[in-house]
Design a protein around this ligand. Structure first.
Ligand code: PMP
Length: 353
């Protein structure tokens, strides 16, 4: 607390990001990064951009990237928006679309940043509990509310909401914005972007941090009706119209255009994931049906908090949340085959298997 802080700053409960440790080299399975490097074409494009125009401001409209992203999905640039990581887009979207006079619906459990933005925007969340199997109860996302946000697949459960259920949400809530946060959609889900032309209340948010291996570059994309994209631009241009830098703009365009590399690395992550799920089940772990690049796992006979600490001591970082309902679960990012083999080896030792 400080006497210099506004009541708003004093009231915030800031997010605690996953560790980026500097003390030693870990097998890092704690923040859902991609284990493979970004597209070589993206790296080349950024080198060229670094040698070219950094003296000049970037294009505030992000025209080239918006066009590339629109082309990727067959939408118009007016239905497309780009920003500094999907976290920034989420912050813009909360400010633009969620009515603070009404509760905004989130699944409980979900991405913990949503609560933080809600506070920043003066929004009261209404938490809709997941069912016993961690499925989102779609029918309960209705009634009098100020909008809703659902990650798909959900985080940290990794469970996918099928597209027909997303359609149901949109049909049931035509007067409010429905945000679908597709940070992990490329690892086995079907994107709701194809529904954008049909539903003016749909905003889909994606990131290049996960399936495109560019978490360090901070690039997020949003897709929605022209009305919604205009709303995002109103917030952006009242905050900082130069949100994206020249390197990010060039790197992101090149990454989106390297479809072969994207397909190859995503397929590798999915194959590794499906293999590790089978091995963990053989060891007696409960593993949710992951369609993401991470797993949510629990063992009925072992404490997740203890396993987290012991894995860390052995040089393997995973995520432990210590929050209700998942307090005996670990979230484990899918790494390379070699990293996952080492993870399994250490885990087996820890549980005496
Ligand atoms: N949404 C979800 C569900 C996430 O897990 C994350 C990553 N932690 C983000 C959004 C933010 O991703 P980024 O800002 O790197 O695009």
């Amino acid at each position: 607390m400080s006497k210099y802080w506004t009541p708003l700053a004093s009231s915030l409960e800031p997010y605690v990001p996953g560790e980026q440790p500097k003390d030693k080299t870990y097998i890092k399975l704690n923040t859902n990064e991609n284990p493979y490097p970004p597209s070589p074409k993206a790296l080349e494009a950024m080198k060229e951009a670094a040698n070219a125009d950094l003296r000049l401001y970037p294009d505030p409209t992000c025209e080239e990237l918006v066009q590339a992203a629109a082309n990727y999905y067959g939408l118009s640039p007016k239905q497309t928006f780009a920003g500094n990581g999907s976290d920034e887009l989420l912050a813009f979207a909360f400010a633009a679309f969620f009515d603070p006079a009404r509760p905004v619906l989130f699944p409980d459990i979900t991405y913990s940043f949503y609560k933080v933005y809600a506070k920043l925007c003066g929004i009261t969340p209404k938490l809709i509990p997941l069912d016993e199997q961690f499925q989102v109860p779609i029918d309960q996302f209705a009634g009098d509310h100020g909008g809703m946000i659902l990650p798909n697949p959900n985080a940290p459960t990794a469970i996918l909401i099928p597209l027909d259920q997303v359609r149901k949400l949109l049909e049931a809530n035509p007067d409010r914005v429905v945000i679908i946060d597709e940070a992990y959609i490329d690892f086995g889900g079907e994107s709701a972007v194809k529904l954008v032309p049909e539903y003016p209340n749909l905003l889909v948010i994606q990131t290049l941090s996960k399936s495109r291996s560019l978490a360090g570059l901070r690039v997020g994309l949003a897709f929605g009706s022209e009305e919604l994209i205009d709303g995002l631009n109103r917030i952006k241009n009242s905050f900082n119209s130069y949100t994206m830098d020249r390197l990010a703009l060039r790197g992101a365009v090149a990454a989106l255009q390297d479809e072969a590399y994207f397909q190859e690395t995503t397929a590798k992550v999915v194959a590794t994931r499906d293999g590790i799920i089978a091995s963990l089940k053989e060891l007696g772990f409960i593993v949710t049906d992951s369609k993401a690049n991470f797993l949510l796992i629990s063992h009925p006979s072992y404490s997740a908090a203890d396993l987290f600490k012991q894995l860390r001591e052995q040089g393997i970082l995973v995520r432990y949340f210590n929050s209700p309902r998942i307090d005996n679960y670990l979230r484990v990012t899918v790494g390379t085959d070699e990293e996952m083999a080492q993870f399994l080896k250490v885990l087996k030792r820890l549980i005496g298997a």
